[in-house]
Design a protein around this ligand. Structure first.
Ligand code: C5P
Length: 309
């Protein structure tokens, strides 16, 4: 407390940790609010078992999350010129979608959301206001990011289309289910002695294609593509048909790429002179954080380039 009181050169972060009754005490809360009003960042404690044996809110936040808060604050306090996405609104989609069959079952895919979450975190660190529209994943909500949780492709479509016009850069890393069951049974589907059943599926809206059709010239759109064959041909078609400014394509069969890995190997396509001849860059294997940063910095550079012309 004496050190923090004596320090007046930069931002301050306070990470309170104490017994739940002490934390909830009006005196503590009033003092925390005073600190907030003075511009300090408060990293709230977690709920759970406390050292004294009580349970409740008061556990110190995980050091890794405190570190993230420190990084975000340091980045936010840098001079403008150093943050390529300062002042921009970035929308990211991440994770799988779930399409319910009945109250207990759903169709989904292997997406873990890692790539999308890395994009949201890096966009935040590069100075953007970030909204992350996320399907069901096991990842923590990133600090300082506005997270919108969705379940089905149609929920994700609504979440994106409602926010799209306020967005400068949109990156769609979600693995959206292409199809959903035509009917969702009200009760659990029973075997009833059957050896097979038929399931009729209908297509979901293509969110990226919608965004491509509705984007203004000042908006930048980046899609992802996961392929199992003919990567560059398929990706080039997607770039053009979905009107993207960039498409990051990865092959599920390439070691170190795809779902649930911490690394990715992508080929990055941007529109070329003609639709059938996109610019193609083959990036080497890198961590999803490094890749996310590189994609965002490239998008920022493309926007700056566009403004110059
Ligand atoms: O055509 P394909 O599904 O392979 O395209 C992948 C890209 O399109 C990804 O960026 C994904 O997030 C997006 N997508 C979407 N809505 C869908 C299907 C895919 O936004 N219904």
């Amino acid at each position: 407390t004496s050190t923090i009181l004596a320090y007046d050169k930069g931002p301050k972060i306070l990470c309170p940790a104490m017994n739940v009754h002490m934390y909830e005490n009006a005196v503590t809360q009033r003092n925390l609010n005073t600190c907030r009003e003075l511009g300090w960042t408060i990293v709230e404690p977690e709920s759970g078992m406390l050292a004294c044996g009580d349970a409740g809110k008061g556990r110190m936040e995980e050091p890794a999350r405190i570190e993230t808060a420190v990084e975000a604050l340091l980045l936010a306090n840098r001079p403008d010129g150093e943050l390529p996405l300062k002042g921009l609104a970035v929308l990211v989609t991440a994770g799988p979608t779930q399409e319910p069959l009945d109250p207990v079952r759903f169709l989904t895919n292997h997406s873990t959301g890692k790539m999308g979450y890395a994009l949201a975190e890096q966009a935040r660190d590069l100075g953007a206001q970030v909204t992350l529209v996320s399907g069901p994943v096991a990842l923590d909500a990133p600090y300082g990011v506005d997270v919108v949780d969705v379940t089905t492709a149609r929920d994700m479509f609504d979440a994106v289309t409602n926010r799209f016009s306020d967005t400068d850069i949109t990156v769609m890393a979600a693995a959206v289910g292409d199809f959903r069951p035509v009917e969702q049974a009200r009760d659990k589907i029973k075997k009833n002695g059957r050896s097979s059943i038929e399931l009729e599926l209908t297509s979901n809206p293509d969110i990226l294609a919608w965004a491509g059709e509705h984007k203004r010239p000042d908006q930048t759109l980046c899609g992802f593509a996961m392929e199992t064959r003919d990567l560059e041909t398929n990706a080039a078609k997607k770039l053009a048909s979905k009107h993207c400014d960039m498409l990051a394509a990865n092959n599920l069969r390439t070691p170190g790429a795809g779902f649930a890995t911490d690394t990715n190997v992508v080929t990055v396509l941007t529109p070329g002179e003609t639709a059938d001849k996109p610019n193609i860059e083959r990036w080497s294997k890198m961590g999803k954080d490094a890749l996310a940063k590189r994609i965002l910095v490239k998008l920022a550079a493309m926007r700056a380039d566009g403004e110059r012309h």
